[in-house]
Design a protein around this ligand. Structure first.
Ligand code: PXP
Length: 238
């Protein structure tokens, strides 16, 4: 049964729109856990557009499941991770002008920096994952630099317009899963997944955990966090 880590970034996006103290992503995380989430994910962006340093610190002390910290491959972020010690770190590419994370990390290009930063985090007992495209060269590079997990970027699958494209993207993901399995790399997946498109990905065996944010928070705004999380867990268990 695949696990669910709920990304609460966009609870913080609503808070930051007013520069006030609510809604609090910490409260959202507690409700997500009560609804059965296996973990909480947050992305501390360099520009602090949603999650703030205070959120990372309080979530570290309050959540009962696992905290996954998404972050850019920078010295500042690695220092924060070493100070707060989340259960896992997921390295993601970051562009200041993007609305959300756009592509996967180029693990091939960044091999040297990755190797060094992954080792530092692992020495502190932190599991390290790389957010990459379902591409065999990237998967091999992720393995080579010593990552524990890869998170398959499902963005392209989620953006398909035709049935043929959908089948092609699912096949890419399927091949990525079998490639990663052969190398002994753990497998997570996320980005753009919602209540309609998750089914076909869940049907591919081998993905340990899904990181889902926008669709859950969008539903939570209307029907409440517990129901939104519960509805997603029901789809993961189908
Ligand atoms: N995984 C990673 C690495 C991400 O950067 C994001 C977006 O913050 C997600 C998963 C969640 O994507 P979404 O909000 O579209 O569910």
């Amino acid at each position: 049964m695949a696990k669910l880590s709920v990304n609460v970034d966009h609870i913080a996006t609503i808070r930051q729109a007013r520069g006030v103290t609510e809604p609090d992503p910490v409260a959202a995380a507690v409700l997500a856990e009560l609804a059965g989430a296996d973990g909480i994910t947050i992305h501390l962006r360099e520009d602090r557009r949603h999650i703030q340093d205070r959120d990372v610190e309080i979530l570290r002390r309050t959540i009962k499941t696992r905290l996954n910290l998404e972050m850019a491959l920078t010295d500042e972020m690695v220092a924060i991770a070493l100070k707060t010690v989340p259960d896992s770190v997921t390295f993601v590419p970051e562009g200041r002008h993007e609305l959300t994370t756009e592509g996967g990390l180029d693990a091939l290009l960044l091999q040297n920096t990755l190797k060094q930063k992954i080792a530092l985090l692992q020495q502190a007992g932190i599991i390290v994952s790389l957010f990459i495209e379902p591409d065999m060269e990237q998967i091999k590079a992720a393995h080579k630099v010593g990552a524990d997990y890869m998170e398959i970027h499902t963005g392209m699958y989620c953006e398909v317009r035709t049935e043929r494209e959908r089948r092609e993207q699912l096949r890419r993901i399927e091949l990525a899963i079998s490639g990663a399995r052969k190398l002994g790399l753990g497998i997570n997946a996320g980005h753009g997944l919602d209540y309609r498109n998750i089914g076909a990905v869940v049907a591919l065996p081998g993905i340990e955990e899904f990181n889902i944010g926008h669709s859950i928070v969008s539903r939570a705004v209307l029907v409440g966090m517990e129901r939104a999380v519960g509805d997603m867990i029901a789809l993961l268990n189908k």
